[in-house]
Write a protein that binds this ligand. Structure first.
Ligand code: PLP
Length: 457
Protein backbone atom coordinates (compact mmCIF):
# COMPACT_ATOMS: atom_id res chain seq x y z
CA UNK A 1 0.00 0.00 0.00
CA UNK A 2 1.08 3.62 -0.41
CA UNK A 3 3.44 4.79 2.27
CA UNK A 4 1.50 7.94 3.11
CA UNK A 5 -1.68 6.22 4.24
CA UNK A 6 -3.04 7.31 7.62
CA UNK A 7 -2.03 5.28 10.67
CA UNK A 8 -4.11 4.61 13.75
CA UNK A 9 -2.70 4.89 17.27
CA UNK A 10 -4.15 3.55 20.52
CA UNK A 11 -5.51 6.00 23.11
CA UNK A 12 -3.48 4.10 25.72
CA UNK A 13 -0.32 4.66 23.62
CA UNK A 14 1.13 1.28 24.54
CA UNK A 15 0.38 -0.53 21.27
CA UNK A 16 1.94 -0.15 17.82
CA UNK A 17 0.27 2.02 15.22
CA UNK A 18 -1.67 0.05 12.63
CA UNK A 19 -3.26 0.51 9.22
CA UNK A 20 -6.99 1.11 8.86
CA UNK A 21 -7.59 -2.50 7.82
CA UNK A 22 -5.90 -3.85 10.93
CA UNK A 23 -7.71 -1.42 13.22
CA UNK A 24 -10.99 -2.43 11.59
CA UNK A 25 -10.52 -6.17 12.07
CA UNK A 26 -9.00 -5.84 15.58
CA UNK A 27 -11.61 -3.49 17.05
CA UNK A 28 -9.85 -2.86 20.35
CA UNK A 29 -6.07 -2.19 20.41
CA UNK A 30 -4.01 -4.87 22.23
CA UNK A 31 -3.33 -2.43 25.10
CA UNK A 32 -7.08 -2.02 25.65
CA UNK A 33 -7.15 1.43 24.03
CA UNK A 34 -9.23 2.72 21.13
CA UNK A 35 -7.79 3.49 17.72
CA UNK A 36 -7.59 7.14 16.59
CA UNK A 37 -6.25 8.40 13.23
CA UNK A 38 -2.82 10.04 13.66
CA UNK A 39 -3.62 12.55 10.92
CA UNK A 40 -7.01 13.96 10.09
CA UNK A 41 -7.04 14.87 6.40
CA UNK A 42 -8.14 18.40 5.66
CA UNK A 43 -10.34 19.24 2.72
CA UNK A 44 -9.68 22.39 0.74
CA UNK A 45 -12.34 25.01 0.03
CA UNK A 46 -12.85 23.62 -3.47
CA UNK A 47 -13.23 20.06 -2.22
CA UNK A 48 -15.84 21.24 0.25
CA UNK A 49 -17.62 23.34 -2.35
CA UNK A 50 -17.85 20.34 -4.67
CA UNK A 51 -19.97 18.50 -2.06
CA UNK A 52 -22.85 20.95 -2.57
CA UNK A 53 -23.98 19.23 -5.75
CA UNK A 54 -23.35 15.60 -4.80
CA UNK A 55 -25.82 12.99 -3.50
CA UNK A 56 -25.21 11.13 -0.24
CA UNK A 57 -23.23 8.14 -1.57
CA UNK A 58 -20.88 10.47 -3.47
CA UNK A 59 -20.41 12.76 -0.46
CA UNK A 60 -19.64 9.61 1.56
CA UNK A 61 -17.14 8.53 -1.06
CA UNK A 62 -15.32 11.90 -1.04
CA UNK A 63 -15.08 12.01 2.75
CA UNK A 64 -14.10 8.37 3.24
CA UNK A 65 -11.65 8.47 0.35
CA UNK A 66 -9.72 11.25 2.07
CA UNK A 67 -9.12 8.78 4.91
CA UNK A 68 -8.78 5.60 2.89
CA UNK A 69 -6.98 6.54 -0.34
CA UNK A 70 -3.88 4.36 -0.34
CA UNK A 71 -5.85 1.68 1.53
CA UNK A 72 -8.78 0.94 -0.77
CA UNK A 73 -9.00 1.45 -4.50
CA UNK A 74 -11.21 4.49 -5.22
CA UNK A 75 -13.49 2.66 -7.61
CA UNK A 76 -14.13 -0.07 -5.06
CA UNK A 77 -14.82 2.44 -2.29
CA UNK A 78 -17.38 4.28 -4.42
CA UNK A 79 -19.07 0.94 -5.12
CA UNK A 80 -19.31 0.23 -1.37
CA UNK A 81 -20.78 3.70 -0.70
CA UNK A 82 -23.41 3.33 -3.43
CA UNK A 83 -24.36 -0.05 -2.06
CA UNK A 84 -24.50 1.03 1.61
CA UNK A 85 -26.48 4.26 1.24
CA UNK A 86 -29.57 3.49 -0.76
CA UNK A 87 -32.15 5.16 1.50
CA UNK A 88 -33.43 8.71 2.13
CA UNK A 89 -31.62 11.16 4.42
CA UNK A 90 -34.10 14.04 4.88
CA UNK A 91 -32.89 17.43 6.10
CA UNK A 92 -36.15 19.04 7.26
CA UNK A 93 -36.59 22.74 7.83
CA UNK A 94 -38.42 23.52 11.08
CA UNK A 95 -38.13 27.33 11.06
CA UNK A 96 -35.72 30.01 9.74
CA UNK A 97 -32.33 28.32 9.44
CA UNK A 98 -33.13 25.62 11.99
CA UNK A 99 -33.32 22.05 10.71
CA UNK A 100 -33.71 18.46 11.77
CA UNK A 101 -31.46 15.86 10.20
CA UNK A 102 -33.41 12.62 10.04
CA UNK A 103 -31.08 9.66 10.30
CA UNK A 104 -34.05 7.33 10.82
CA UNK A 105 -34.81 5.99 7.33
CA UNK A 106 -32.34 3.09 7.15
CA UNK A 107 -33.34 -0.58 7.26
CA UNK A 108 -33.52 -0.68 11.08
CA UNK A 109 -34.74 2.92 11.46
CA UNK A 110 -31.85 4.17 13.59
CA UNK A 111 -28.72 6.19 12.82
CA UNK A 112 -26.68 3.08 13.69
CA UNK A 113 -27.46 1.88 10.15
CA UNK A 114 -25.07 4.53 8.74
CA UNK A 115 -22.09 3.12 10.57
CA UNK A 116 -23.02 -0.57 10.57
CA UNK A 117 -23.73 -0.77 6.84
CA UNK A 118 -20.39 0.78 5.88
CA UNK A 119 -18.44 -1.20 8.45
CA UNK A 120 -19.95 -4.45 7.17
CA UNK A 121 -18.85 -3.68 3.62
CA UNK A 122 -15.38 -2.56 4.65
CA UNK A 123 -14.87 -5.70 6.77
CA UNK A 124 -16.05 -7.90 3.95
CA UNK A 125 -13.60 -6.16 1.60
CA UNK A 126 -10.59 -6.73 3.89
CA UNK A 127 -11.61 -10.28 4.74
CA UNK A 128 -12.01 -11.25 1.09
CA UNK A 129 -8.49 -9.97 0.29
CA UNK A 130 -7.12 -12.28 2.95
CA UNK A 131 -9.59 -15.03 2.05
CA UNK A 132 -10.64 -15.51 5.66
CA UNK A 133 -13.93 -16.24 7.35
CA UNK A 134 -15.13 -14.36 10.43
CA UNK A 135 -17.97 -14.74 12.89
CA UNK A 136 -19.28 -11.57 14.47
CA UNK A 137 -20.50 -12.27 17.98
CA UNK A 138 -22.49 -9.52 19.62
CA UNK A 139 -24.90 -8.95 22.48
CA UNK A 140 -27.72 -6.46 22.18
CA UNK A 141 -30.29 -4.75 24.31
CA UNK A 142 -32.23 -4.03 21.11
CA UNK A 143 -31.00 -1.51 18.55
CA UNK A 144 -27.32 -2.27 17.95
CA UNK A 145 -28.01 -5.95 17.32
CA UNK A 146 -30.63 -5.29 14.69
CA UNK A 147 -28.49 -2.68 12.89
CA UNK A 148 -25.50 -5.02 12.87
CA UNK A 149 -27.55 -8.07 11.83
CA UNK A 150 -29.18 -6.17 8.98
CA UNK A 151 -25.89 -4.62 7.87
CA UNK A 152 -24.10 -7.96 7.64
CA UNK A 153 -27.04 -9.83 6.16
CA UNK A 154 -25.95 -11.67 3.03
CA UNK A 155 -22.32 -10.46 3.32
CA UNK A 156 -19.87 -13.09 2.12
CA UNK A 157 -17.45 -14.81 4.51
CA UNK A 158 -19.04 -13.32 7.61
CA UNK A 159 -21.59 -14.93 9.91
CA UNK A 160 -23.32 -13.08 12.71
CA UNK A 161 -24.42 -14.52 16.02
CA UNK A 162 -26.47 -12.05 18.00
CA UNK A 163 -27.48 -12.70 21.60
CA UNK A 164 -30.50 -10.96 23.05
CA UNK A 165 -32.25 -11.21 26.42
CA UNK A 166 -35.36 -13.32 25.70
CA UNK A 167 -37.82 -11.21 27.65
CA UNK A 168 -36.22 -7.76 27.62
CA UNK A 169 -36.68 -6.60 24.04
CA UNK A 170 -39.77 -5.53 22.12
CA UNK A 171 -41.45 -7.70 19.50
CA UNK A 172 -40.30 -5.42 16.69
CA UNK A 173 -36.72 -5.43 17.93
CA UNK A 174 -36.73 -9.23 18.04
CA UNK A 175 -38.29 -9.57 14.60
CA UNK A 176 -35.64 -7.27 13.10
CA UNK A 177 -33.12 -10.00 13.98
CA UNK A 178 -35.09 -13.24 13.77
CA UNK A 179 -36.68 -12.83 10.33
CA UNK A 180 -33.42 -12.48 8.37
CA UNK A 181 -31.95 -16.02 8.39
CA UNK A 182 -29.09 -16.85 5.93
CA UNK A 183 -25.85 -15.82 7.69
CA UNK A 184 -27.62 -14.27 10.69
CA UNK A 185 -28.17 -16.46 13.76
CA UNK A 186 -30.33 -14.97 16.48
CA UNK A 187 -30.05 -16.46 19.96
CA UNK A 188 -32.49 -15.75 22.79
CA UNK A 189 -30.77 -16.07 26.15
CA UNK A 190 -32.92 -16.89 29.14
CA UNK A 191 -31.46 -13.98 31.11
CA UNK A 192 -30.79 -10.25 31.13
CA UNK A 193 -28.75 -8.05 28.77
CA UNK A 194 -25.87 -8.13 31.24
CA UNK A 195 -25.88 -11.95 31.05
CA UNK A 196 -25.66 -11.78 27.24
CA UNK A 197 -22.70 -9.42 27.48
CA UNK A 198 -20.96 -11.63 30.02
CA UNK A 199 -21.36 -14.69 27.76
CA UNK A 200 -19.95 -12.79 24.76
CA UNK A 201 -16.92 -11.57 26.72
CA UNK A 202 -16.24 -15.13 27.89
CA UNK A 203 -16.42 -16.45 24.33
CA UNK A 204 -13.85 -13.89 23.13
CA UNK A 205 -11.40 -15.14 25.76
CA UNK A 206 -12.06 -18.86 25.10
CA UNK A 207 -9.09 -20.41 23.25
CA UNK A 208 -11.15 -23.47 22.29
CA UNK A 209 -13.13 -21.16 19.99
CA UNK A 210 -10.10 -19.54 18.34
CA UNK A 211 -10.64 -21.49 15.11
CA UNK A 212 -14.05 -19.78 14.79
CA UNK A 213 -12.38 -16.35 14.24
CA UNK A 214 -14.74 -14.44 16.47
CA UNK A 215 -14.78 -10.68 16.18
CA UNK A 216 -16.96 -7.91 17.51
CA UNK A 217 -18.84 -5.09 15.84
CA UNK A 218 -19.44 -2.76 18.72
CA UNK A 219 -19.20 0.99 18.82
CA UNK A 220 -15.53 1.14 19.73
CA UNK A 221 -14.58 0.02 16.20
CA UNK A 222 -12.98 2.76 14.10
CA UNK A 223 -14.94 1.36 11.15
CA UNK A 224 -18.08 2.73 12.73
CA UNK A 225 -16.69 6.20 13.35
CA UNK A 226 -15.45 7.34 9.94
CA UNK A 227 -18.83 6.86 8.22
CA UNK A 228 -20.44 8.97 10.93
CA UNK A 229 -18.54 12.08 9.84
CA UNK A 230 -20.29 12.04 6.45
CA UNK A 231 -23.80 13.17 7.41
CA UNK A 232 -22.40 16.28 9.10
CA UNK A 233 -20.95 17.40 5.75
CA UNK A 234 -23.98 16.23 3.84
CA UNK A 235 -26.66 17.98 5.94
CA UNK A 236 -24.70 21.24 6.07
CA UNK A 237 -24.09 21.16 2.30
CA UNK A 238 -27.86 20.94 1.66
CA UNK A 239 -28.37 24.29 3.44
CA UNK A 240 -25.21 26.40 3.34
CA UNK A 241 -24.96 29.30 0.89
CA UNK A 242 -21.17 29.07 0.72
CA UNK A 243 -18.21 27.41 2.42
CA UNK A 244 -18.04 30.05 5.18
CA UNK A 245 -21.64 29.56 6.25
CA UNK A 246 -21.18 28.18 9.76
CA UNK A 247 -23.29 25.63 11.57
CA UNK A 248 -24.14 24.47 15.10
CA UNK A 249 -25.11 20.81 15.58
CA UNK A 250 -27.03 19.35 18.50
CA UNK A 251 -26.00 15.73 19.02
CA UNK A 252 -27.99 13.34 21.26
CA UNK A 253 -25.17 11.45 22.94
CA UNK A 254 -24.65 8.15 24.76
CA UNK A 255 -21.33 6.57 23.86
CA UNK A 256 -20.26 9.70 21.96
CA UNK A 257 -19.48 7.88 18.70
CA UNK A 258 -21.88 10.13 16.86
CA UNK A 259 -20.17 13.22 18.27
CA UNK A 260 -16.74 11.79 17.35
CA UNK A 261 -17.91 11.67 13.73
CA UNK A 262 -18.80 15.35 14.01
CA UNK A 263 -15.44 16.24 15.52
CA UNK A 264 -13.66 14.50 12.65
CA UNK A 265 -15.77 16.48 10.17
CA UNK A 266 -14.90 19.73 11.93
CA UNK A 267 -11.20 18.91 11.91
CA UNK A 268 -11.45 18.13 8.20
CA UNK A 269 -12.66 21.65 7.56
CA UNK A 270 -16.43 21.73 8.07
CA UNK A 271 -17.22 25.21 9.50
CA UNK A 272 -18.78 24.04 12.79
CA UNK A 273 -19.13 26.85 15.29
CA UNK A 274 -20.16 24.62 18.15
CA UNK A 275 -21.39 21.14 19.02
CA UNK A 276 -24.23 21.08 21.50
CA UNK A 277 -23.81 17.91 23.52
CA UNK A 278 -27.30 16.79 24.50
CA UNK A 279 -27.29 14.06 27.15
CA UNK A 280 -30.17 12.55 29.10
CA UNK A 281 -29.92 12.24 32.90
CA UNK A 282 -26.55 10.54 32.44
CA UNK A 283 -24.85 13.91 32.65
CA UNK A 284 -21.18 13.00 33.22
CA UNK A 285 -20.00 14.88 30.12
CA UNK A 286 -22.06 18.10 30.53
CA UNK A 287 -20.86 18.15 34.18
CA UNK A 288 -17.27 17.71 33.02
CA UNK A 289 -17.58 20.65 30.64
CA UNK A 290 -18.90 22.78 33.50
CA UNK A 291 -16.43 21.79 36.17
CA UNK A 292 -13.42 20.16 34.50
CA UNK A 293 -14.07 17.15 36.72
CA UNK A 294 -15.07 13.85 35.13
CA UNK A 295 -17.00 11.38 37.26
CA UNK A 296 -18.46 8.26 35.69
CA UNK A 297 -22.03 7.29 36.60
CA UNK A 298 -22.25 3.69 37.75
CA UNK A 299 -24.74 2.13 37.36
CA UNK A 300 -26.08 4.29 34.55
CA UNK A 301 -29.51 5.91 34.93
CA UNK A 302 -32.45 4.40 33.04
CA UNK A 303 -34.09 7.03 30.84
CA UNK A 304 -36.67 6.78 28.03
CA UNK A 305 -33.95 7.72 25.53
CA UNK A 306 -32.63 4.23 26.27
CA UNK A 307 -29.80 4.12 23.72
CA UNK A 308 -28.12 6.96 25.64
CA UNK A 309 -28.14 5.33 29.07
CA UNK A 310 -24.35 5.34 29.33
CA UNK A 311 -22.51 6.42 32.46
CA UNK A 312 -18.99 6.10 31.06
CA UNK A 313 -18.94 6.67 27.30
CA UNK A 314 -16.23 4.65 25.58
CA UNK A 315 -15.47 7.40 23.05
CA UNK A 316 -14.51 9.93 25.75
CA UNK A 317 -10.98 8.48 25.61
CA UNK A 318 -10.87 9.38 21.91
CA UNK A 319 -12.22 12.89 22.41
CA UNK A 320 -9.72 13.55 25.19
CA UNK A 321 -6.95 12.22 22.90
CA UNK A 322 -7.94 14.54 20.07
CA UNK A 323 -7.64 17.46 22.51
CA UNK A 324 -4.14 16.38 23.49
CA UNK A 325 -4.91 14.50 26.73
CA UNK A 326 -5.19 10.92 27.88
CA UNK A 327 -7.95 8.99 29.63
CA UNK A 328 -7.66 5.39 30.81
CA UNK A 329 -10.36 2.72 30.66
CA UNK A 330 -11.56 3.50 34.17
CA UNK A 331 -12.28 7.07 33.08
CA UNK A 332 -9.37 8.72 34.88
CA UNK A 333 -7.80 11.62 33.03
CA UNK A 334 -4.09 10.86 33.28
CA UNK A 335 -2.99 13.72 31.04
CA UNK A 336 -5.00 16.93 30.79
CA UNK A 337 -6.49 17.84 27.44
CA UNK A 338 -6.71 21.43 26.21
CA UNK A 339 -9.80 22.22 28.24
CA UNK A 340 -10.19 25.80 27.00
CA UNK A 341 -10.43 24.52 23.42
CA UNK A 342 -12.96 21.93 24.52
CA UNK A 343 -15.29 24.50 26.05
CA UNK A 344 -14.79 26.68 22.99
CA UNK A 345 -16.05 23.81 20.79
CA UNK A 346 -18.68 22.14 23.02
CA UNK A 347 -21.67 23.19 25.09
CA UNK A 348 -23.19 20.41 27.22
CA UNK A 349 -26.75 20.05 28.47
CA UNK A 350 -28.52 17.33 30.45
CA UNK A 351 -32.22 16.77 29.78
CA UNK A 352 -34.52 14.93 32.20
CA UNK A 353 -37.18 12.43 31.11
CA UNK A 354 -39.84 14.90 32.14
CA UNK A 355 -38.34 17.58 29.85
CA UNK A 356 -37.97 15.01 27.08
CA UNK A 357 -41.70 14.16 27.23
CA UNK A 358 -42.63 17.86 27.36
CA UNK A 359 -40.44 18.51 24.32
CA UNK A 360 -42.13 15.75 22.30
CA UNK A 361 -45.52 17.27 23.18
CA UNK A 362 -44.45 20.86 22.44
CA UNK A 363 -42.76 19.91 19.17
CA UNK A 364 -45.92 18.22 17.96
CA UNK A 365 -48.06 21.18 19.02
CA UNK A 366 -45.77 23.80 17.45
CA UNK A 367 -44.63 22.06 14.28
CA UNK A 368 -47.12 19.24 13.72
CA UNK A 369 -44.44 16.56 13.62
CA UNK A 370 -43.59 13.63 15.84
CA UNK A 371 -40.06 13.23 17.20
CA UNK A 372 -38.87 10.38 19.43
CA UNK A 373 -37.05 10.58 22.79
CA UNK A 374 -33.44 10.76 21.50
CA UNK A 375 -34.24 13.45 18.94
CA UNK A 376 -36.24 15.31 21.60
CA UNK A 377 -33.20 15.37 23.90
CA UNK A 378 -31.20 16.94 21.05
CA UNK A 379 -33.92 19.47 20.26
CA UNK A 380 -34.28 20.49 23.90
CA UNK A 381 -30.49 20.80 24.25
CA UNK A 382 -30.50 23.17 21.29
CA UNK A 383 -33.28 25.26 22.84
CA UNK A 384 -31.39 25.46 26.13
CA UNK A 385 -28.25 26.53 24.32
CA UNK A 386 -30.11 29.33 22.56
CA UNK A 387 -31.80 30.47 25.75
CA UNK A 388 -28.46 30.61 27.50
CA UNK A 389 -26.62 32.29 24.63
CA UNK A 390 -29.30 34.96 24.20
CA UNK A 391 -29.25 37.21 21.15
CA UNK A 392 -25.60 36.66 20.28
CA UNK A 393 -26.29 33.21 18.87
CA UNK A 394 -29.58 34.01 17.19
CA UNK A 395 -27.67 35.33 14.20
CA UNK A 396 -27.72 33.71 10.79
CA UNK A 397 -25.99 30.54 11.96
CA UNK A 398 -27.44 27.28 10.67
CA UNK A 399 -28.74 24.99 13.43
CA UNK A 400 -29.09 21.25 12.81
CA UNK A 401 -30.57 18.95 15.44
CA UNK A 402 -30.02 15.21 14.90
CA UNK A 403 -33.00 12.82 14.99
CA UNK A 404 -31.40 9.41 15.52
CA UNK A 405 -34.33 6.98 15.48
CA UNK A 406 -37.80 6.69 13.97
CA UNK A 407 -40.69 7.49 16.35
CA UNK A 408 -42.38 4.16 15.54
CA UNK A 409 -39.61 2.41 17.47
CA UNK A 410 -40.96 4.14 20.59
CA UNK A 411 -44.62 3.76 19.80
CA UNK A 412 -45.84 3.05 23.35
CA UNK A 413 -44.07 6.11 24.78
CA UNK A 414 -45.35 8.35 21.96
CA UNK A 415 -48.94 7.12 22.40
CA UNK A 416 -48.68 7.88 26.13
CA UNK A 417 -47.45 11.42 25.47
CA UNK A 418 -49.45 12.44 22.38
CA UNK A 419 -52.39 10.07 22.40
CA UNK A 420 -51.69 9.19 18.76
CA UNK A 421 -49.53 6.53 17.15
CA UNK A 422 -46.69 7.35 14.74
CA UNK A 423 -46.92 5.83 11.25
CA UNK A 424 -45.40 2.39 11.02
CA UNK A 425 -42.85 2.44 8.16
CA UNK A 426 -42.54 -0.43 5.72
CA UNK A 427 -39.29 -1.56 7.40
CA UNK A 428 -41.39 -2.63 10.40
CA UNK A 429 -44.73 -3.54 8.83
CA UNK A 430 -42.96 -5.78 6.30
CA UNK A 431 -41.61 -8.08 9.01
CA UNK A 432 -44.77 -8.19 11.10
CA UNK A 433 -45.98 -11.48 9.63
CA UNK A 434 -42.72 -13.14 8.60
CA UNK A 435 -41.92 -16.36 10.41
CA UNK A 436 -39.31 -15.99 13.12
CA UNK A 437 -36.33 -18.23 13.45
CA UNK A 438 -34.10 -18.25 16.52
CA UNK A 439 -32.37 -20.53 18.99
CA UNK A 440 -33.18 -20.48 22.68
CA UNK A 441 -30.35 -21.07 25.13
CA UNK A 442 -30.09 -21.06 28.89
CA UNK A 443 -27.86 -18.47 30.53
CA UNK A 444 -25.07 -21.02 30.50
CA UNK A 445 -21.69 -20.68 28.82
CA UNK A 446 -21.26 -24.31 27.74
CA UNK A 447 -24.55 -24.14 25.83
CA UNK A 448 -23.28 -21.07 23.97
CA UNK A 449 -19.82 -22.47 23.17
CA UNK A 450 -21.39 -25.68 21.81
CA UNK A 451 -23.70 -23.60 19.67
CA UNK A 452 -20.83 -21.52 18.27
CA UNK A 453 -18.77 -24.63 17.46
CA UNK A 454 -21.75 -26.24 15.69
CA UNK A 455 -22.06 -23.21 13.36
CA UNK A 456 -18.53 -23.69 12.03
CA UNK A 457 -18.67 -24.90 8.47
C1 PLP B 1 -26.87 4.71 19.89
C2 PLP B 1 -27.88 5.79 19.84
C3 PLP B 1 -27.62 7.10 20.30
C4 PLP B 1 -26.31 7.48 20.95
O1 PLP B 1 -25.26 7.56 20.03
P1 PLP B 1 -23.76 7.51 20.54
O2 PLP B 1 -22.93 7.43 19.32
O3 PLP B 1 -23.65 6.28 21.41
O4 PLP B 1 -23.54 8.76 21.33
C5 PLP B 1 -28.60 8.06 20.16
N1 PLP B 1 -29.81 7.76 19.63
C6 PLP B 1 -30.11 6.53 19.20
C7 PLP B 1 -31.46 6.25 18.67
C8 PLP B 1 -29.17 5.49 19.28
O5 PLP B 1 -29.49 4.26 18.85
Amino acid sequence: MEKDSIKYYSTNRKAPEVSFGEALLKGLAPDGGLYVPDIIPSLGKEDIESLFSLDYPHVAYRILNSFLSGEIESKKLLELCLDAYNFDIPVEKIFDRTYILRLDQGPTLSFKDFAARMMARLMSYYISIENRHFTILTATSGDTGSAVANAFYGIKNIDVIVLFPAKEITGYQRKQMTTLNKNIKAVAINGKFDDCQRLVKKAFLDVSLSECCLTSANSINIGRLLPQSVYYFYSWSRIAANTDDSVIFSVPSGNYGNLMGGILARNMGLPVKKFIISANENDEVPKYLQSGIYNIIDPSINCISSAMNVGHPSNMARIIALYGGMMNREGEITESPDFSNMIRDFAGFSITDEETRKTIAAFYKNYGRIIEPHGAVAWRGMEMFREKAGASETDSTIYISLETAHPSKFRDEIVKILGISPDIPVQLSRIENIEENFTELENDYSELSNFILKQKK
